[in-house]
Design a protein around this ligand. Structure first.
Ligand code: FAD
Length: 197
């Protein structure tokens, strides 16, 4: 395992090595070369995207068991609907050290993430939205996708408005203004933007 911050160049180089190693196999191995003879590699990402990076701890750390058992939380917010989608390295087709990614999925019913996963437990004015929220490694496998993380941003916009209105913190919203947050979440941002109120 390499460090995403201090060894980012090595990770990038290794990623490119994997891409070109696999491409070379497809072009040169007799098993594949006929199918790929006329194919061209059009584009390769120079900076690799990351499915997982640092996560911050909130007042709740959501776990696989909570999601699978549909554990109810009073501050249910953004609904996560993607499977728990975990990726593992699998030996590549070529005779090199490169690997391929293999995904495995665990299905569950749509599940609402607690609001308390979306703010820091020890930095009192810090919200989180995205793959940095307070979840376990396995739970991240479902919450990290873009529509879900986008909804986190919407909920945090609502919570931030309550922080300003009541001169309180993200935790203060949970402790003293949760009902107001629920009203805002039920109303949603889209209806407001469309002038449906
Ligand atoms: C290969 C791959 C395939 C995926 N496929 C899908 C898919 O099909 N569908 C889907 O919904 N999701 C997919 N995902 C997941 C999804 O794209 C990510 O989980 C999501 O984009 C994470 O969003 P984020 O805002 O948390 O982080 P990011 O999108 O990484 O945004 C973080 C931003 O912060 C910036 N930043 C970092 N440090 C600093 C700093 N110190 N100062 C200022 N800015 C900084 C970064 O440059 C970046 O722009 C995929 C992910 C990967 C890696």
């Amino acid at each position: 395992m390499r460090n995403h911050v201090t060894e980012i160049e090595q990770i990038r180089d290794y990623g490119l090595r994997v891409v070109f190693g696999n491409w070379s196999t497809l072009k040169n191995d007799v098993k594949f070369s006929a199918d790929f003879a006329r194919q061209r590699l059009k584009w390769v990402a120079y900076i690799g995207g990351k499915r997982e990076s640092r996560r911050l701890l909130g007042d709740v750390i959501l776990r696989q068991q909570d999601i699978i058992d549909a554990r109810p939380f009073p501050d249910a917010s953004v609904t996560t609907t993607w499977t728990i989608d975990l990726h593992y390295p699998k030996k590549a087709m070529c005779a090199c050290k490169a690997f391929q990614s293999e995904d495995r999925h665990i299905k569950f019913a749509p599940y609402p993430i607690p609001y308390r996963c979306l703010y820091s437990r020890n930095v009192e004015n810090l919200f989180m939205a995205g793959r940095n929220i307070s979840v376990s490694h396995v739970a991240l496998g479902t919450v990290r996708v873009q529509r879900t993380t986008g909804m986190m941003g919407e909920v945090l916009g609502m919570a931030a408005s309550l922080c300003k209105q009541h001169a309180t913190t993200p935790r203060g919203v949970y402790e003293s203004h949760l009902d107001e947050l629920k009203v805002l979440m039920q109303r949603g941002v889209r209806k407001r933007n469309l002038g449906a109120e």
